[in-house]
Every structure is written in C-alpha cells, then in structure tokens.
Design a protein around this ligand. Structure first.
Ligand code: GDP
Ligand code: MG
Length: 167
C-alpha cells in the first residue's frame, strides 16, 4: 500500500513535531513561534511490510493578515487536492471557533477520509480528552479520532496503522 497524507491545522498545534516523530527524524523545523513552517515539506515513511506513506507538513491555516500569510494558507489548503487522506491536528480543547469552522468547510469540499488528531494530550487530564473527542464528533463526521502526544510519541503507531487502513 502507498499514498499521500497531508497534515493540516492551526499554527503551533504540533504538525511539524508530529511529522518528524512519525518519520523518526527531525526534518521540519519546530518552534514555539507560530508560522515556522512556510512551505510544504514532504517526507516518506517506509515500512517493508506495511508500505509507504508520503507526509506533507504544511503551514498553519489561519486568518491571514498579509501576503506571506495568504501564501502560506494557500500552500496548506492546496495540499488537500493532492492527497488520499487528511490528518487534521488540533489542540486538546473544546473551543470550536471561526478557524475550525473554516477548516471544516475545506474538509467538506475535499471529500476524503479525515483523521482527527487531538495532540498534546500530555498537557491535559484523561477525562478531558474524552470530552474533547465528544465535542469534535458533533462538528464533523470524522472517519477516525486519535488522541496523541507528538512530543512524547504516544499513540503514533496507531496513527500509522490507521492511515494504512484508508490507503
Ligand atoms: P506547527 O506550527 O503546527 O508545525 O507546530 P510545531 O510542531 O512547530 O510545535 C509547536 C510547539 O508545540 C513546539 O513548541 C512543540 O514542542 C510543541 N508541541 C508539539 N507537540 C506537542 C505535544 O504533544 N505536547 C506538548 N506538550 N507540546 C507539543
Ligand atoms: Mg510547522
């Protein structure tokens, strides 16, 4: 099996950290500062039994305030037409704002399998994570929802296996 997977989400949710840890190498620069990733970055995960996944790490989708911002949002959103599966990465939170609604519209248009990744679960209590899963279930019909800690490497095997299910 093989295919293309884009990692989208707001700035700073941990997209680059996730991609680096899925691949097991530090390829994309990660930072506390938003908008560190300015282009689409492509890496390949290879497993001799399972197959290959090409990951696209993208700039954060946000309300652009200038040309560079617009360019970065375009880079991120344009990956949706080049992939087989979408990973939407979010913070562990109940907040669904205009930014989230905007992304949901893009998901509707793309009409592809969508895996919601709730990242940074190392920063919140377990019960809270269940609450966030419920909140997100109500706003979109996700194919899968996986809570992870990209930084600590929790549940990342699950992410890989789930992606292969949809390739
Ligand atoms: P991106 O803008 O979405 O690519 O986000 P980055 O990967 O650059 O990460 C933004 C910040 O969040 C960095 O300071 C990361 O170390 C931090 N971060 C990413 N994943 C996690 C996580 O699972 N847990 C915690 N506590 N911090 C994380
Ligand atoms: Mg990044």
């Amino acid at each position: 099996k093989s295919g293309f997977v884009t990692i989208i989400g707001r700035p700073n949710v941990g997209k680059s950290t996730l991609m680096n840890h899925l691949i097991g190498q530090k390829i994309a620069i990660t930072s506390k500062k938003p908008q560190t990733t300015r282009n689409r970055i492509q890496t390949v995960y290879t497993d001799t039994d399972k197959g290959q996944i090409v990951f696209l790490d993208t700039p954060g989708i946000h309300q652009a305030k200038n040309k560079l911002g617009e360019y970065m949002v375009n880079v991120a959103e344009s990956t949706l037409k080049d992939v087989d599966v979408i990973l939407w990465l979010v913070e562990p939170s109940n907040y669904i704002g205009a930014g989230e609604q905007h992304i949901i519209k893009q998901l509707d248009k793309a009409n592809l399998p969508v895996i919601l990744i709730i990242n940074k679960i190392d920063t919140v209590e377990k019960e809270k994570v269940l609450e966030y899963i419920d909140t997100y279930r109500k706003v979109y019909d996700f194919d899968e929802i996986i809570p992870v800690s990209a930084l600590r490497g929790n549940n990342l095997d699950d992410v890989i296996d789930t992606i292969f299910k949809y390739l």
